[in-house]
Write a protein that binds this ligand. Structure first.
Ligand code: NAP
Length: 249
């Protein structure tokens, strides 16, 4: 039980990668708190995991007061916060740069980048004052390669998350807070389906374009997150671990 009696906050915890990560932490003895905007989805995920092992908090990570309240609620209800997984994100094919609506650009950056900043700001402040902790931000391999036309806002937001992870790690390693990131490639959630694409079409696309020939399973991303949050990676600081079957190798 790698996370026995640890309190773990997972933003976007009712979604594909977040939910698999919540299950994995709960199996390892953690009490997981799932955050997101949709209360019904969060409650369903908590029920699936078991209300003795999971809780939820409604929060919008892009909103400064809501992000602060999220961390306050976790620590207040459960007496601490040891691990945070900043996984909430939105995908947007906003189009070629010349055609991107500035409002669409801002919406993506507000959740994917500012949401990670706001979440970390409050998580780290709590951890620093209470003996340290570990944070894993969920970025994307597109942040490293950018080779997907029409996805400039999403790609830029993820590149920024990877850099923010490194700087935050250096800012706070001496405070006992370890910050790392995971960068999945296409993973088996609806987010990796192109507009109108079926699961079979995605499988064929991956078979011909990815070195491993397939998407990542959510559990494969979850296990990487658990490793980065665990004592097994105690001297890994500011790293961005890619899980993409060799796409960016
Ligand atoms: P998902 O199923 O859509 O999950 C995203 C989660 O984020 C949802 O639970 C959503 O819940 C939450 N969320 C969105 N905006 C939020 C906000 N403002 N405040 C709080 N929560 C918010 O997608 P996923 O595929 O699991 O993606 C999880 C993360 O992995 C994302 O950061 C994504 O960019 C990254 N990623 C995914 C892939 C992939 O192929 N799937 C690849 C690389 C990286 P609510 O809408 O209820 O708030």
């Amino acid at each position: 039980m790698r996370f026995d009696s640890k309190i773990v906050l997972i933003t976007g915890g009712a979604g594909g990668i977040g939910r698999a990560t919540a299950h994995a932490f709960a199996r390892e003895g953690a009490l997981v708190v799932l955050a997101g905007r949709d209360e019904a989805a969060l409650a369903a995920a908590v029920k699936e995991i078991g209300s003795d092992r999971a809780d939820h908090v409604v929060a919008d990570v892009a909103d400064p007061a809501s992000a602060a309240g999220m961390v306050e609620a976790v620590a207040g209800r459960h007496g601490g916060l040891h691990v945070a997984v900043n996984n909430a994100g939105i995908f947007s094919a906003a189009g070629p740069v010349a055609d991107i609506d500035p409002a669409a650009w801002n919406a993506v950056l507000a959740v994917n980048l500012t949401g990670v900043f706001l979440s970390m700001k409050h998580e780290i402040a709590h951890m620093r004052a209470h003996g340290g902790g570990a944070i894993v931000n969920v970025s994307s391999n597109i942040g490293a390669h950018g080779r997907r036309p029409g996805l400039a806002a999403y790609a830029a937001s993820k590149a920024a998350v990877s850099v923010l992870t490194r700087t935050a790690a250096l800012d706070h390693v001496a405070d006992g807070v370890r910050v790392n990131a995971v960068s999945p490639g296409a993973t088996d959630t609806p987010m990796s389906l192109l507009p109108g694409e079926s699961h079979a079409e995605r499988a064929e696309r991956m078979r011909t374009s990815a070195p491993s020939g397939r998407v990542s399973e959510t559990g494969e991303v979850a296990e990487t997150i658990l490793w980065l949050a665990s004592g097994a990676s105690s001297h890994v600081v500011g790293h961005d671990l890619v899980v993409d079957g060799g796409v960016t190798a």
